[in-house]
Design a binder for this molecule. Sequence first.
Ligand SMILES: [Ca+2]
Length: 141
Amino acid sequence: MTSGVEVTMKIKALRLSVAAPAAALALASVGLLASPANAAYVCGAGQVCLYQNAGYTGSVYVVPKIQLSNGLWTACQKSLVGKKFNNGDALDNNVSSVVNKSGSVLFMWETAPTGGAMYGVSGGESVSSLGSFDNKASSAC
Ligand SMILES: [Ca+2]
């Protein structure tokens, strides 16, 4: 027959084993958030965001919207040359991840405006690592 004390101890042990992973997750979250200055930009609804580093980290550049001849608006920067991330670092040949929250595909070209290798990111798609296109984009439209 199990005594009341033993049952209590077993329940406490069970609670600890359940609580431990949650505590580890909480600590991991704190580590990921870091300081506000280093916090990654969260790409807003409808925006197209180019990130300096893989995994949507580092500084960001939000592609401006231009109006097309048919009246529709689209995120487009035909040349990233001379443009900068929010932290002042050069944008050209430095994009490493992309979040496309617009409704249309984003085409990035190796040479502005439409030369060399091309990398497309569909509307609603995010690419955390651009692979062989890493640090190559010179236009995004
Ligand atoms: Ca980069």
